[in-house]
Structure formats: C-alpha cells, structure tokens
Design a binder for this molecule. Sequence first.
Ligand code: BDR
Ligand code: CA
Length: 311
Amino acid sequence: PRPLIISTDPGVDDAVALVLALRSPEVDVRAVVATFGNVGLDATLPNTGRLLALAGRPDVPLGVGAARPLVHRRERRAGHVHGSDGLGGRAAALPEPVVPVAGAGVALMARVLEEATEPVTIASIGPLTDTAILLAARPDLVGRIERVVVMGGAIGGGNVTGVAEFNVHADPEAAHRVLAQDPGEGSVPVALVPLETTLGCAAGPEWVAALGDADPVGAELAAMIAPYMRFYRERYGRDAVALHDATALLECVAPGSLTPTPTALTVDTGFGPARGASVPAEPGTRPVDVLSAPDVPAVLDAALARLTARP
Ligand code: BDR
Ligand code: CA
C-alpha cells in the first residue's frame, strides 16, 4: 500500500474521508495531523482521536497541527455547517480519543517522510497551514512527497465568500505557499480538488442509507451526516450532500478517479473582497492539476465500496 499522511480539521466530511482512507487497502495511513478549521483545534484534535478510535485504528499516530493561520488571525468557522462540535453533534457519543504524539504535527509529518522508503502522498483536507510549514521548513524532504492532494479552492463561486472556498480562505497565505510554486527541483506536484468538483459529487439519501446500514462505523458516520444533509437542503435546496474531503481522499487511494487539467493557479492574499479566491498565476508558476469528476456515479460508488468494506 502507498504511504499517506492526512492533514484534517473534522468536519463531517473529514470524518467520512478519514474512515475511507483507513478502510482502503491501497493506502497505509502513516499519520493524521489535526488542524484548526471547521472548529478550533481544541475540538478537532480530540475529535480526530475519537475518529481513529471509532475506526478501530488507535495505532495511527495523531499529530497536533496548527491552532491558527500562518499570518493573520482567523475569522470564520463552520460550526453552522458541521455542528458546534464539528461532528454533527456526535462527538460526545464517540469512543475515548487516541492520545496525540508529543511535539508538533509538522515534525510528525517530517518523520514519516524521513522514514518512508517509497514516495508519500499528503492529503490536505483542511486549512493548508501545516502543509505550507512542512514545505517551507523541510525542503530536503520535498522529493519524498509523491504529491499533495488538496481539497480546496473554487474556480467559480465560493462557499465562504462569493469567490473563496473555506480551506483556502481559512489561511490564504498558506494556500498560496502550497499552490503557487516555482517549477523545478524543490517544488512538489499538487492536485487540487476544487469546490465545483466536490459539489458535483454530492451523495443522496440512498448513498447515506447504504453507508448507515453497513456496520456500526457507517451508522455513526450516517448519524453525523444527518444534520449536514439538513444544512444542504436549506442552503442549496438539494436533497444531497457534498462530502468534499471524501472525494479528495478517493483520489489519494485510487489515483485517476478524477481527471486532471494542469492550471497555473495562485491565491488572492489581499484584503479586498477577493481574499482567498483562486486566481490565475503569473507565467512561470508551476501548474497544479485541477481535478474534475466526469463520471460522478463512479466516484460515489468507489467511495461507498471502500467505506462499507469489512476491515
Ligand atoms: C471544505 O471546508 C470544510 O468545511 C470541509 O471540511 C472541506 O474541507 C469545503 O470547502
Ligand atoms: Ca475539511
């Protein structure tokens, strides 16, 4: 199995993504680093530990990621989407959390890279703070990264502001550091799963019911999704939920599930209304692979098959 590091900010869709990764035989999850994001690190860290326990994987090292963005104070959270506990009100019902590894989550990421004998994929499904710090602090390890798969960015409309997607808007300077690289040695391949793609891969009630019927872990995820589904109904008028981070994780476990279009992108880090927007990069920037999903049913089926597979 391919080695994988996950940087996450649970989040209902992060929870689904984590279980998807942990149940996929194609990958070996070497570390999970919790960061601030949907809610504060004080909640995402224990909740990530609870999710590892729920999935029966207390052996996976849990890292303590960033509590705030690189440069500026954070402004928004997404408790209205994911519940004030980040997990649709289900956190208290989950098993006792796994204890995090001492030290910084970025040091844990670096250690995994140092020890790996094959290239490591990084799934960045929260604010990009820790991934940016890793790339900046340990350029010697960049060659050990297979690629960074980022759930983030919005080519069209955003979900935090009219133009900005949540993970990028949560730390635009970090997202800029990861997305807008000089080409050549010292840069790392990046694949971006933007909001358009994840909104297109929304899961309907039958998908959620099949997840819930699979086993107790699936039932717990389905219970987390229920209030998230109500939010989607009110906000988008749709009877379906975008499990953004799970779509990005599927690409990590089954590369090629999504279709790449190389695009030179950067992030607006100004303080105008476009802060956090994905915008065309200046010539000479290394392109990122913007991933789309031409076959949505195939994506949803592939994700469900892995989520409901017996561990
Ligand atoms: C992203 O923002 C978060 O709310 C989700 O967990 C996902 O990572 C979607 O914009
Ligand atoms: Ca997330």
